[in-house]
Ligand binder design. Sequence first.
Ligand SMILES: C[S@@+](CC[C@H](N)C(=O)[O-])C[C@H]1O[C@@H](n2cnc3c(N)ncnc32)[C@H](O)[C@@H]1O
Length: 252
Amino acid sequence: MTGEFSESWLSLREPADAAARSAELAGMLPEGIHTVRDLGCGTGSLARWLAPLLPGAKRWILVDRDPALLAHAAAITPFPVETVQGDVTELTAADLAETDLVTCSALLDLLTAGEVDRLAGVCAEARTPALFTLSVAGEVRLDPALPEDAAIEAAFNEHQRRTVGGRRLLGPDAPAAAAAAFERAGATVITRPSPWRLGPDQAALTAEWLRGWTAAAVEQRPDLRLDRYLSDRAGDPPTASIGHVDLLAIFG
Ligand SMILES: C[S@@+](CC[C@H](N)C(=O)[O-])C[C@H]1O[C@@H](n2cnc3c(N)ncnc32)[C@H](O)[C@@H]1O
């Protein structure tokens, strides 16, 4: 199976992801975390970021529906990990019986409001804290700004909220939906902004991200004419701030 997320894209973004995630929230995690279950792990980037911050965590269970990414994650992570191929929307409280922390990174925008509600309910039932990082928030600031930016941002965000196979994806509504879902489930919720801040040293990531951002916008709004925009951007690469939110949910 060829997944929708490539190893090369996830590897390209790993340093920016690591710099963006909130170490402050990781520092608020309860003591005694031994087993971490990372949902939608991709290449395992979150485990590699979190492991040095949680030296007591000795068991890492990486879950994804894409077997190629799971194999790659196990091959490149410099400590032992267990991999589980599965759909995170089918997680149950029983699956969390031996899990001390549930994590995810750049996942929630791909889920529906009902799926995030259910996930929060499963964590509540198992009394398992959750650290859900890098949920895309939809705000983009580019410097220099160009007049087309606002229309592209709006079209991209609508594209992220599209309905796929009868499932309406949360896209940039994920941070608010997740916070509300965990609060309804009885958790104490703390959030922190975790934007990518891309400077000249991340030109390759910025260029690749711009290609994806504009392609999705044009798919949503074929009337947008962006050839000139893209050549202007290529000639003068912008610095970028791309909004995300990290969330910590703890059950008292
Ligand atoms: C944007 S990638 C993020 C990967 C990784 N967490 C990271 O931060 O680099 C989203 C990942 O979630 C996985 N995924 C999406 N929906 C899923 C689902 N319903 N069940 C399991 N995995 C899913 C994809 O296969 C992909 O690996």
